[in-house]
Design a protein around this ligand. Structure first.
Ligand SMILES: NC(=O)c1ccc[n+]([C@@H]2O[C@H](COP(=O)([O-])OP(=O)(O)OC[C@H]3O[C@@H](n4cnc5c(N)ncnc54)[C@H](O)[C@@H]3O)[C@@H](O)[C@H]2O)c1
Length: 285
């Protein structure tokens, strides 16, 4: 198998897990057989790159804290993985696709927040015949949504539950005068479309976006956000009804050590996608 040269944008919670998996070709002692080589690391915080590099056995050859010289940098890689921020998707993914590179996007919420970005990415990817990989992130069940939608889907709903104090600092909650400390029973904070939800709950943007993309789009996908004192973790429930029948998926996420706002499953889903790229046998839709 040929080595796939990889560039990673963002050396935070997800980026670090991805880089270590590529570097050692294993995770928790589990052999990955990725056949990938880490060539480029970019992060606006040089100290994060430095900390990550210290933990790597094979140091990447190009390390950068901005997008200067990106055109030449892209010549070095086959696959660009964005795990940085909504802004980084336009900044790095568009030039990478224009150069005919394969890309992976973790900040999938960007495709809902920036109204023209999805169409632009799709158009360039078709023109340049590149793949755009969007891992399932912090949710499961996208396979069922993708299959169900082909036969006709009637409804898709996402319910996200968090401990009440997990909503501290949220502007929408503050404007409605909701006292998070006084919530003793589960309390719905928002019910509306995925399109509306991402405006008021930006921390929910990735899950709402990936469900919308896999299913029936951001206007038709319903989102309910619940402050739940019984929840100890971030919980996502997806319910869908269609010609295929009824689907219900519930994920109780363990937060990642480096960034409690990010679920560990999101980083693992990126590695599972890398395995999908390198494995000859691809199980699941
Ligand atoms: N798809 C999902 O379900 C899912 C789940 C969790 C997180 N995410 C998204 O993945 C991304 C990474 O998450 P994380 O927990 O690793 O975040 P993090 O904050 O731990 O790390 C992000 C890193 O990217 C760097 N960065 C940000 N913007 C950059 C830019 N324009 N150029 C270069 N570097 C930049 C930051 O300095 C930081 O080191 C976030 O956008 C997050 O919203 C997606």
């Amino acid at each position: 198998m040929r080595n796939i040269n990889v560039g990673v944008i963002g050396c935070g919670a997800i980026g670090s897990v991805i880089c270590r998996a590529i570097d050692t070709d294993e995770i928790s002692g589990h052999q990955l057989k990725l056949g990938m080589k880490l060539k480029v690391l970019i992060d606006t915080h040089p100290e994060r790159i430095e900390a990550l590099c210290k933990s790597l056995k094979k140091k990447p050859v190009i390390i950068k804290s901005d997008a200067s010289g990106l055109d030449e940098i892209l010549d070095e890689v086959d696959l660009v993985i964005e795990c940085a921020s909504v802004a980084a998707v336009r900044e790095f993914i568009i030039p990478a696709l224009q150069k005919g590179k394969e890309v992976m996007i973790l900040s999938v919420g960007a495709l809902l927040c920036d109204p023209t970005l999805f169409e632009e990415i799709e158009r360039i990817a078709r023109e340049r015949r590149c793949n755009v990989y969007i891992p399932s992130g912090a949710v499961a069940g996208l396979d069922g949504l993708k299959s169900g939608v082909i036969g006709g889907m009637h409804a898709v709903a996402l319910t996200t539950r968090k401990p009440p104090l997990g909503f501290e600092g949220n502007e929408y909650v503050r404007e409605r005068g909701i006292d998070l400390h006084a919530i003793t029973d589960e309390k719905p904070l928002f019910v509306g479309s995925a399109r509306e939800a991402v405006k008021h709950f930006p921390e929910n943007v990735n899950v709402a976006a990936s469900i919308s993309l896999a299913g029936i789009g951001p206007e038709a996908t319903k989102v309910k956000i619940v402050a739940d004192p019984a929840a100890t973790e971030n919980i996502h429930e997806i319910e869908a009804k269609g010609e295929f029948g009824h689907l219900f998926v519930r994920v109780e996420n363990v937060p990642s050590v480096a960034n409690p706002k990010t679920s560990y499953l999101a980083a693992l889903s990126a590695i599972a996608t890398l395995k999908r790229i390198s494995d000859p046998i691809r199980v699941g839709t």
